[in-house]
Structure formats: C-alpha cells, structure tokens
Design a protein around this ligand. Structure first.
Ligand code: GTP
Ligand code: MG
Length: 388
C-alpha cells in the first residue's frame, strides 16, 4: 500500500529466531508447501491487487530528517505505515531515543497518513463512522448459522477470536476461511489472499484443497492465495507480527489468521514467576495486531486455547487462556464447544452482537451448516442450557 519500493528489504533478523536467516524466508506461498518446494520468495502475481499504492517516504514525515530516517530504517521501520503502527515503548528502545520523541515520530507518521487520506481524521462524526462500517468487508465462515452469529461473517478492521478445547473446530474454521476469502465479495469472500500463521503445525494444504473442491472453488487458485508462515517460538512469532504490515502489503492480504496466538508463549513461559513477563510480551504483540487490523483494513482471526477455572462454582468452568490481556485484544470472542458430532459457537464478547449461540458442523466443506432443516439457525433451548 505504501512505500512499495522498500518492502521486504532491509528487515532485521532476530538471533532468537529459529530456522532462517532472513524474514523473507518466513512466509511462503502455500503452493510451495503443496509442491514440496522450498522456494520462499512471494509471488504477488498470484494475488489479486486492488489496494491503493501510495508513495510516501519516511522523510516526508514532518520533523524526521535523514539521520532519524536512517536510524528508523536500521530498526526495520521502512515505511510510514510501519512507523504509524509501532508502539512508543518499542520504538524508543529500537532507536535509542526517549519515549516522548518516539511518540512524536509516531504521531507525525499518523498525521501524514491522515493528511494523505490513508487514515481517518482524529475526530469524525458518527454518520461518517457508520458510512465507513457499511463499506467494511465481511468474509463468510462457510456456515450460515455461524455467519448469522457474527452478523454476516468475519469483519475487516477487527480481531475475531475463536477459543475452545481441542477438536472444537478452531483450525477447521481457519482452513475454511482462507478458502472462502479468495472468492469474490458477492460470494461471501474478500477477493483476496490470506496470511496464515501456523504456530501448532496443523496447517494442511490437502484439507484446503478438499474444502475448495467440495465448495466448487478452484483449488489451485485458492492454494496460490494463501501465504503460510510456520512459527517455531514466541520470539519468532513476535518478529513476524512486528513485520506483518509489510507481508500484508506484499501479499495483498485482507485476512490474517494466527492459529494459535498463545500456544508458544504459554509453553515457553510456564512458571508463575514468568507470567508477568509473558503477559507483557503478549500485550505488546496483540496491540500491534489491533492497530494493523484497523490501519490496514484487514480481518484478523486468532485462535486461543482454554484453561480450566477451578474457582468457578456456577456455569462452565472452562475459560479462554491468556487472561485479560487477550480478552481486551479481541474485538469479538467466540467460544466453540463440541456437541456430539456437531459444534456450538457462542458469542462471548462483542460491542454490538447479541450474545447468542449457533450450531454448525465440520465436514468435507470445512465449517458448514447442519443438514437438519431449521437446526442450522439459532441454537435450541436445550443446547443453550447445556452451555450454562
Ligand atoms: P486444537 O488445535 O487441538 O486445540 O483443536 P481445534 O479446535 O483446532 O480442532 P480442529 O479444528 O482441528 O477440529 C478437529 C475436528 O475437526 C476433528 O475432530 C474432526 O471432527 C474435524 N475434522 C478435522 N479434519 C477433518 C477432515 O478432514 N474432514 C472432516 N470431515 N472433519 C475433519
Ligand atoms: Mg487447531
């Protein structure tokens, strides 16, 4: 979108990152997985491109001269958009400046984006916001019932979290979403590519192929539209998120999936003593994700695990992992539960959705509606009660 010339160049490498010397090798198009090739350079020719390209340079930002621009570039901040989504704390450390100066640079970058009409003005009237929300895109989950729960599907400019126990369908929803996202907007898609960040090693191109075939999509086009990044440790994930804006630009992605967002941090920061550190790192990463969703107008889907809450006397003792940090990061939270062969989704947290339930199933089409007529809509009273 911005500063295309500089993207994917000069990115820093993190010594704590396993597996590659360059970030460029971190994300690869899915066709390389399916063909077994190790080629890592992204091919934007396979990705539909309808986002505006605006040529803004770091030096165009008020108050930033060549010396600061050089420092920023050395810190991996190569575009105005990169600077606009960085946090002041992070930037201050990276360019060895005070938090106040870092904040000034970020605000100046956001101002330039606003002046260039890339970002909205700081204060806008509610009718303008409503107008903007009308133009917001939604991606179907593959199940009408689940889409209805979400009032039309996964939204851009938002972070949607699916959490639930193993086998509850989180990864299957993610697989279905990336097959649907490639489809035209009229068919419930985003007409775009997807970035799939896989922290659990559960991404399966064969499954995408099956879902695409079962839904009558072109499996070759679908596979070519998915850029996969297999992440091995929490530092690697943080680094990928740090540079995600560039990848979104390069792949022209409107959907970013992180399956799962917490497993690596949870495994690496196991003891009580490390909990504060873990939450702080998760917090930094999640805030970046929210800013990316809003500024880049992308839909972000994250999956989360569950933990048992032994102090619960009434209701379901299962709750989402990650505590308040994760709870505040998600715009919408959906709890998935098994119900025999079927699955129940419940809206747990949202600024405007009713807190209702939906039933769906998992089959060759991925996430899909139940076959029984009438059952694919809202959940029956009996099932509702079983969630309590
Ligand atoms: P964890 O990652 O282990 O926490 O679970 P998850 O919530 O991601 O579960 P996932 O989405 O992988 O769902 C697993 C369930 O999906 C299985 O129990 C099956 O019911 C169903 N499933 C998985 N793969 C297939 C498939 O290829 N075909 C069909 N029909 N169902 C599948
Ligand atoms: Mg999974």
């Amino acid at each position: 979108m911005i500063d295309k010339k500089t993207h994917m160049k000069g990115e820093p490498t993190d010594p704590s990152t396993e597996g590659s010397d360059s970030n460029d090798a971190n994300i690869s198009a899915s066709r390389t997985e399916s063909s077994g090739s190790s080629s890592s350079s992204p091919s934007s020719s396979s990705i539909s491109n309808d986002q505006p390209i605006i040529e803004l340079e770091i030096q165009d930002i008020e108050g930033i001269g060549p010396t600061t621009a050089k420092k920023l570039k050395e810190a991996g901040i190569v575009s105005v958009m990169d600077l606009a989504v960085t946090s002041a704390e992070e930037l201050a450390v990276e360019i060895n400046a005070s938090k106040d100066s870092a904040a000034t640079f970020i605000i100046a970058a956001q101002k330039l984006l606003r002046d260039s009409k890339v970002l909205e003005k700081e204060f806008v009237t509610a009718d303008t916001v409503l107008e903007k929300r009308r133009s917001m895109l939604r991606c179907s989950t593959g199940s009408t019932a689940l889409d209805e729960l979400l009032l039309g599907g996964i939204e851009t400019q938002a972070v949607t979290e699916f959490y639930g126990e193993f086998g509850s369908g989180k990864s299957q929803i993610c697989h279905t979403l990336c097959a649907v996202a490639k489809q035209p907007v009229e068919s419930g898609g985003l007409d775009s590519s997807t970035i799939y960040i896989d922290t659990e090693g559960t991404f399966r191109p064969e499954r995408i192929q099956e879902i695409a075939r079962a839904r009558g999509y072109d499996p070759v086009q679908v596979l070519k539209s998915i850029a996969i990044c297999k992440v091995y440790n929490s530092s690697h994930l943080e680094l990928i998120i740090k540079n995600l804006g560039k990848y979104v630009d390069d792949f022209k992605a409107k959907l970013v999936i992180i399956d799962s967002v917490i497993s690596l941090h949870r495994a690496e920061f196991a003891g009580r003593g490390t909990l504060a550190d873990r939450q702080q790192r998760l917090n930094g990463m999640l805030h970046k994700i929210i800013r990316l969703a809003e500024i880049y107008n992308i839909a972000v889907v994250i999956t989360n695990q569950v933990q048992s809450s032994p102090d619960t006397f009434f209701g379901d003792p299962t709750k989402a992992a990650g505590g308040n940090v994760l709870g505040h990061a998600s715009t919408y939270r959906i709890y998935l539960r098994k119900s025999g062969e079927n699955r129940i989704a419940r809206m747990i947290d949202s600024p405007y959705h009713p807190y209702s339930d939906a039933r769906f199933t998992l089959n060759e089409k991925g996430a899909d509606d139940l076959e029984e007529e009438g059952e694919s809509k809202s959940l029956s009273k009996k099932a509702k009660n079983s969630m309590k």
